[in-house]
Design a protein around this ligand. Structure first.
Ligand SMILES: NC(=O)c1ccc[n+]([C@@H]2O[C@H](COP(=O)([O-])OP(=O)(O)OC[C@H]3O[C@@H](n4cnc5c(N)ncnc54)[C@H](OP(=O)(O)O)[C@@H]3O)[C@@H](O)[C@H]2O)c1
Length: 285
């Protein structure tokens, strides 16, 4: 099986692709699509094929997809980019990649998405059957464009087996993302929560989605077992807890808090790091 992975130079991809390569069965090969070849040196050293091109370039997609059996679309534009770029990469290019995959005979397509697509909270953990309800503090071009991509990919005709992974907030292995959570957590109420998932468990979830024989057409939340509070985030980041945190009220206590019952039941997912505290104890932050 030849798998094309996009976004291999980003914080998720650069930790996922080496695992995919190291844990590959005989005959499994990996190709990455990168904008800058130098960013692929490490995975090329581990045996990945490298195609250089932009996800928005249809010619590059054709080259990247030649002979491919499965796609893992991790690439996304959401860090300090204009809204137009978020829509162009997260929705338009993802859909074009899906259509090109159908045309070139790809069988399986894992679309990496986000728990932010749910929009507002529902007063309980969010399940994959919950509809998108736009709104909430984190709503904007990023979750909107990711939600549109999910819809479009799942609606594609042509027999492509599309599997959507909705990731919680990803952390671990030196990723500065945990420290960046303070951009919001410093303005939250003390009890406001963030659902997270460690990079090792993102990789576990994506591999399970990629290889599971019968998970067709499914959406799966991928998260750990223990959302953390704003107070926890201050402690984890070694930041003093401002008194103002205790004066605020959480406007939506279930925002982004997801159920992982489906991925556990259907794919056997069990987080290696069920909480950020386990990861901290293991020296895996
Ligand atoms: N990190 C999280 O907490 C989190 C949470 C939920 C979901 N996710 C999802 O996980 C995925 C990866 O996120 P991340 O945190 O790894 O993001 P990231 O660090 O910003 O990486 C984005 C990746 O996408 C690539 N990319 C962007 N625009 C591209 C284009 N036009 N053509 C080709 N490649 C392009 C980037 O390549 P360059 O190196 O060339 O820029 C990079 O490899 C995304 O789909 C995101 O929605 C992440």
């Amino acid at each position: 099986m030849l798998t094309l992975v996009t976004g291999s130079t980003g914080s998720v991809g650069r930790r996922f692709v080496p695992r995919l390569l190291r844990q590959a069965s005989p005959g499994d090969r990996v190709r990455v699509l990168v904008r800058d070849e130098s960013g692929a040196a490490a995975v090329a050293g581990l045996g990945a094929q490298v195609v250089v091109g932009d996800l928005r370039d249809t010619e590059a997609l054709g080259k990247a997809l030649a002979g491919v059996d499965a796609v893992v679309n991790i690439a996304a534009a959401f860090r300090d980019v204009p809204d137009e770029e978020a829509w162009a990469v997260n929705r338009d290019a993802a859909l074009e990649l899906g259509r090109a995959s159908v045309a070139s005979g790809v069988r399986r397509f894992v679309q990496v998405s986000t728990n932010l697509v749910y929009g507002t909270g529902r007063g309980r953990p969010l399940t994959e059957d919950d509809p998108v309800v736009p709104g909430g503090a984190m709503w904007g071009a990023y979750p909107e464009s990711k939600a549109a991509a999910e819809r479009g990919l799942l609606a594609l005709d042509g027999g492509l087996d599309v599997r959507v992974a909705r990731l919680a907030f990803v952390y671990g292995e030196g990723d500065p993302h945990l420290a960046r959570s303070m951009r919001w957590a410093g303005h939250w109420a003390a009890t406001q929560r963030l659902h997270m998932v460690h990079h090792a468990d993102v990789a576990q979830g994506l591999r399970r989605l990629l290889y599971a024989p019968g998970a067709g057409g499914g959406i799966h939340n991928i998260a750990d077992d223990s959302p953390v509070t704003a107070v926890d985030l201050h402690r984890l980041n070694g930041v003093d807890i401002p008194a103002a945190l205790y004066e605020r009220t959480d406007p939506d206590p279930w925002l982004g808090i997801v159920s992982t019952a489906r991925v556990r039941r259907e794919l056997g997912f069990r987080p290696l790091y069920p909480s950020v505290w386990t990861a901290q104890d293991a020296g895996a932050l």
